[in-house]
Design a protein around this ligand. Structure first.
Ligand code: ZN
Length: 240
């Protein structure tokens, strides 16, 4: 299939993302897909690909009128950044005595193997309500429910996010495997859907050829096939 044609069709009336026009032949190069390419980001406070950032800012303005301050805790993340998060968690679990196998399973409850994060694409964000006090870890699911500080944000997003193109990949659905429920993580579907299609053409075993990745020896090709099926594809149907 002609990828360019597919993207313009799937985006309907939306324009092509500006960053894709600047890259050479393929808008989604291997480097881009793995977070190894420098992205032009929308702004310092909205670190997303331009098209996604623009949509996020519109959503933010609407939310502000309703008294919700959409604050991005994490947007675009490079391969190197993800690798340092992975290695830090691996070493810390190792010190607690976890076997390498259990260590990896523990990390992938919430974190991704470097090169496989949706945050590499500049389409995904972790958000909180910036008007609420920040105490301890903010990205904890019960803070987004019942009397939690971000419960109102969650309700607002349920009503409005999709009209701006933002969807939860890691829903609470029992049909979903892989990463745990993340009520803070949203993905800009008009971009992330075609990017995922392109990403799935990669050989994940090649993704792992990198220096200094902790636990690398335990990420066998069998493990990676399972990870692809359960984790990378363990997302809401709306984002596939
Ligand atoms: Zn996230």
């Amino acid at each position: 299939m002609n990828r360019r044609l597919f993207i313009s069709t799937s985006l309907g009336l939306m324009t092509l993302p500006t960053w894709s026009q600047t890259s050479k032949a393929d808008p989604f190069s291997r480097e881009f897909l793995l977070g190894m390419e420098e992205l032009s980001l929308y702004s310092n406070t909205i670190p997303l690909a331009l098209e996604a950032g623009n949509a996020f800012e519109k959503m933010q303005l609407k939310a502000k009128k309703d008294g919700i301050l959409l604050e991005i805790v994490s947007g675009y993340r490079s391969y190197d950044r993800q690798k340092s998060i992975w290695n830090r968690k691996f070493k810390s679990n190792q010190e607690k005595g976890l076997t390498p196998e259990n260590n990896i399973l523990k990390i992938i409850e919430y974190s991704t193997i470097p090169g496989t994060s949706r945050h590499h694409w500049g389409t995904d964000v972790d958000i909180i309500d910036g008007a609420k006090p920040k105490e301890g870890d903010v990205l904890v699911s019960n803070k987004f429910h019942e009397k939690g500080p971000y419960a109102e944000l969650k309700k607002w997003m349920e009503q409005h996010a999709e009209s701006f193109g933002f969807y939860l990949p890691y829903t609470r659905s029992i049909d979903r495997k892989g990463f745990y429920y993340e009520p803070w993580h949203y993905s800009f579907a008009p971009l992330s859907i075609p990017i995922l299609k392109s990403y799935l053409q990669l050989d994940l075993n090649e993704v792992l050829i990198t220096e200094g990745l902790e636990g690398r020896a335990y990420l066998s090709s069998e493990f990676m096939s399972r990870y692809l099926k359960h984790n990378i594809l363990g997302i809401a149907a709306a984002l596939k």
